[in-house]
Design a protein around this ligand. Structure first.
Ligand code: ATP
Length: 312
């Protein structure tokens, strides 16, 4: 279903320029190269996930897109505007949901939206309607008079997302939108993000949560050490790198190390999953698959295989 929707959107959007395009982007901080020649594309109307372990360069990429950081090399365009030259119009056409909650806690929900409606120059005649629309999207109409510090964590995060939508941007950047939230609140936010996606809003979302990327993203870019190591629809990446099924082998640490060596000798990739190892790439095993518990391969397998890191 996800792939079909992505495929349809990409067909529809063949004429539209990409919402975001990075080519060969490099960003250095002294000796450290945070982004090391990144190519990244967000086709118009699609939701693209940016996955990567700590330090992979995701936040730096987000900062480059909001012109809080300037690239040392490469090209960046946002809705056709080259950065950093045209960062002002680019910024005006996108909504930004920061990782850190920077809502004004001394103001009410509605007052926070009023401030942003001015910042984003929503015309006076449309201001109240824009605020009502955001209150509805964020499901906060009943709490409009509440001070921000009276809201739950989930409500604050909904307001943070809603605030980014005040000027009806066609592109939204979401930096770890559900980090630190409990599963139920996370699912509420997924519904909100999915609503935007169904309305054709282009999105770039950095996330640590593989399930979030699998559910919401038409395509994901996996980053490691500042570059893209894999790009594609979640299911496509799974079949390309991990195959249809994984076999989990359990046992003592010594047994696991032995099984890893055996599988490596036979050319099968493996990944650690805490108490077990998962053997991948078994589609053409032709009877050579090891004994163990079978399960469908998933995007987490691909992530660990390509980045060598477990999910934090
Ligand atoms: P996380 O998931 O932990 O947020 P990330 O993928 O967002 O990681 P970045 O924050 O972009 O990664 O960092 C990439 C690299 O650049 C890291 O080695 C980091 O220490 C370094 N870095 C980022 N910002 C700066 C800065 N302002 N000055 C110096 N080094 C920086």
């Amino acid at each position: 279903m996800t792939i079909e929707r992505g495929a349809i959107l990409s067909r529809v959007s063949t004429q539209a320029p990409p919402a975001i395009r990075l080519r060969g982007v490099v960003k250095r901080y002294g000796e450290i190269t945070a982004v090391a020649g990144l190519d990244l594309e967000v086709p118009d109307g699609q939701c693209v996930g940016l996955l990567g372990p700590n330090g992979a360069g995701k936040s730096t990429t987000m900062r480059l897109l909001t012109a809080q950081a300037i690239a040392d090399e490469g090209e960046i365009t946002v809705r056709g505007h080259p950065l950093p030259q045209r960062s002002k119009p680019a910024r005006a056409e996108m909504g930004v949901v920061p990782q850190l909650d920077n809502l004004d806690t001394t103001l009410t929900v509605e007052q926070n939206l009023v401030v942003f409606s001015h910042l984003y120059r929503v015309p006076k005649v449309r201001r109240q309607a824009a605020i009502e629309r955001v209150l509805d999207i964020a499901n906060l109409s009943e709490r409009r008079e509440a001070k921000v510090d009276e809201l739950s964590g989930g409500m604050r995060r909904r307001l943070l997302i809603g605030r980014a939508l005040i000027h009806e941007p066609r592109l939204v950047l979401l930096d770890e939108p559900t980090v630190g939230l409990d599963p139920q609140v996370r699912q509420e936010l997924w519904a909100l993000i999915d609503r935007l996606r169904s309305e054709g809003v282009s999105m770039l979302m950095s996330t640590h949560y593989i399930e979030e990327a699998e559910r919401l993203c038409d395509s994901v870019t996996i980053m490691s050490h500042g570059v893209a190591v894999a790009v594609g629809a979640p299911q496509q990446l799974v079949s390309q790198y991990a195959g249809r099924e994984a076999v989990e082998i359990y046992g003592s640490p010594a047994r696991l190390a032995e099984a890893e060596a055996e599988m490596a000798a036979q050319g099968f990739p493996t990944r650690r999953t805490g108490t077990s190892i998962a053997v991948l790439g078994l589609d053409d095993a032709n009877g050579r698959a090891p004994a163990g518990e079978r399960r469908p391969a998933n995007l987490e397998d691909v992530f660990v295989l390509l980045t060598g890191e477990e999910i934090s």
